[in-house]
Write a protein that binds this ligand. Structure first.
Ligand code: SAM
Ligand code: SF4
Length: 327
């Protein structure tokens, strides 16, 4: 079992399959983003070897992410192989949904249980402005394909950016929960590396998001006594089928209940999304480290997992942006 020095049991791994993406969201990366050569990333066999080691250490929950995980070559085979590893209980994915019309069913058949799909607005013109390269129709079809394939409950993620999607868009997305048993989750924008200036200037807090939703639908009902679902606090619009989730990583971090670590596409263990502390696993693996060596490196890394982020004191992660960590 992997435990940190604060007594937190770490058993949830977010695995980045690639740093590359088929979109260029304004809050995530620059349009001329430069990516790693494929040789610098974990190859399929290396990825599976490392997951086996994590599973033996008690990591049972996995979320595939990126970059855009669906553009990783052999993604369906990777899911199938991961699903056969003893100890791997749950595999989910965070995706922009663009390729789900083709991939939802094969991914689900291979063992992917659920997807979180990013959709920041229902306005096609704004959608293009935020994602730069995306079209709303494709992502909408991706959501429907995921639901049809049985990857339920569907969870949708919106990052709220001032001046882009902070008013009508928040309301229209919330209205989806009236008729759909979906969870609509709003994420406070976090600052990273060379896009931090933009991110800090345009951040919208969970209190503001909630007030916007309540201005249209009336007071939200708190669900599960405020207990977090992952990182989201859940609410419901009166009479709605689905739920609203508020993810307030910036204003109300959930560090005390954190159970997660991240494996970047370059095979580096990142102990906290918002802290630069990392431990390289791929270099030792390529140098011939044994399973026992790798286990020790992971346990030592987890032990030193930072307690929480330092955004309130302007300590911003600088070594990587979100797509290079695995959001
Ligand atoms: N490409 C996939 C997607 O967009 O869903 C997976 C990777 S993306 C980095 C994971 C999640 O992080 C998405 O929901 C995205 O909206 C969110 N995200 C990206 N940049 C962010 C930022 N600066 N602050 C908060 N969330 C961010
Ligand atoms: Fe790509 Fe996801 Fe980043 Fe958008 S948020 S650019 S879809 S990795």
């Amino acid at each position: 079992m992997a435990q940190d020095r604060f007594g937190r049991h770490i058993h949830y791994l977010r695995v980045s399959l690639t740093d590359k993406c088929n979109l260029r969201c304004v809050y995530c990366m620059k349009e001329d983003m430069v990516f790693q050569p494929s040789s610098a990333l974990m190859q399929d066999d290396e990825l599976i070897t490392l997951i086996r080691v994590f599973a033996e250490l008690g990591f049972d929950k996995y979320r595939l992410t990126g970059g855009e995980p669906t553009i990783r070559p052999h993604v369906v085979d990777i899911v199938r192989e991961m699903n056969q590893i003893p100890g791997v209980d749950k595999i989910t994915m965070t995706t922009n949904g663009v390729l789900l019309p083709e991939l939802a069913r094969p991914l689900h058949d291979a063992g992917l249980q659920r997807v979180n799909i990013s959709i920041d607005t229902l306005d096609p013109v704004k959608f293009k402005k935020i994602t730069r390269w995306g079209t709303l129709d494709t992502v909408w079809n991706g959501i429907l394909a995921a639901e049809e394939a049985g990857m339920t409950p569907i969870k949708l993620n919106a990052v709220v950016v001032r001046g882009f999607n902070d008013s009508d868009d928040v309301i229209n997305l919330a209205a989806l929960t009236l008729d759909h048993d979906w969870q609509m989750r709003y994420i406070e924008m976090m600052p990273f590396g060379d896009v931090a200036g933009f991110q800090q200037a345009q951040v919208v807090t969970d209190a503001e998001i909630r007030a916007t939703i309540e201005s249209e639908f009336g007071p939200l009902e708190l669900l599960d006594d405020g207990k977090l679902d992952g990182e989201a606090r859940l609410y419901r619009i009166r009479g709605a089928k689905g739920a609203i989730g508020l993810i307030s990583s910036v204003t109300h971090p959930f560090c005390a209940s954190c159970t997660r670590a991240r494996l970047t596409a370059e095979g580096v263990l990142r102990l906290c999304l918002l802290r630069d502390k990392e431990v390289d696993l791929l270099t030792p693996l390529r140098a011939g480290a044994t399973v026992a060596d790798l286990k020790q490196i992971i346990l030592d890394g987890v032990w030193h997992k930072p307690w929480g982020h330092g955004l309130a004191r302007d300590v911003i992660p600088v070594s990587r942006v979100m797509s290079q960590i695995g959001g």
